[in-house]
Design a protein around this ligand. Structure first.
Ligand code: AMP
Length: 187
């Protein structure tokens, strides 16, 4: 299993990626989680990433690509993974293709989580209260959704043209979404 999960912030990618990793014993690579750890530990990468994350901007591609390259090449050969929150720009998607080429791998699926604007705003407002994430405040949330539309959504077409895209309705309950994902995994 070598999958990419694509979708706006708050669409449930992280939750489903964790369930997938547990069920199918594959690695879960979440660039957001890795970055939050780097920030918490105040590493040089964390120091560089922090202001972009706090303002809802994307962290520069070069930093993200370094981070992902390291992790993909450290995985045991042949082990599967779920990429969650990466790629997020056209440049990242193209760089991923060439990294995979070097590793002799291909993606088998890109799953798009479709969730409407109203539902996303509601979920992120809830998460801001529960997790006190510094980037879940109202204005930053609106900006992150806008960044998704402008910079990440074009990847839907990129992966559709490659024949990798599967769409699912991410507004349904977690377990319903996960059953559908399991069907994709065994298809
Ligand atoms: P997430 O938890 O995936 O919503 O990511 C939180 C924040 O981390 C984003 O708003 C970005 O600032 C940064 N980030 C995570 N993944 C990426 C990525 N692939 N490219 C650029 N920035 C990222």
């Amino acid at each position: 299993m070598r999958w990419v999960l694509l979708g706006p912030p708050g669409s449930g990618k992280g939750t489903q990626a964790r369930k997938l990793a547990e069920t199918y014993h594959v690695a879960h690579l979440s660039t957001g989680d890795i970055l939050r750890r780097e920030v918490a530990e105040d590493t040089p990468l964390g120091q560089q990433a922090r202001s972009y994350m706090d303002s809802g901007e994307l962290v520069p591609d070069v930093l993200i690509l370094d981070m992902i390259r390291k992790r993909l090449s450290n995985l045991r050969n042949g082990s599967g993974y779920v990429l969650d929150g990466f790629p997020r720009t056209q440049a990242q998607a193209e760089a991923l293709d060439s990294m995979l080429g070097e590793l002799g791998q291909t993606l088998d699926r890109v799953v798009l989580f479709e969730v409407g604007h109203g539902e996303i705003s509601k979920r992120l407002a809830g998460r801001a209260v529960e997790e006190t994430r510094s980037d879940d405040s109202d204005t930053i949330v609106a900006h992150r959704i806008d960044v998704y539309r402008r910079q990440t959504e074009p990847l839907v077409d990129y992966y559709r043209r490659k024949g990798l895209l599967a769409r699912l309705n991410g507004e349904r309950p977690i377990d319903t979404v996960f059953s559908e994902i399991q069907q994709l995994a065994t298809a």
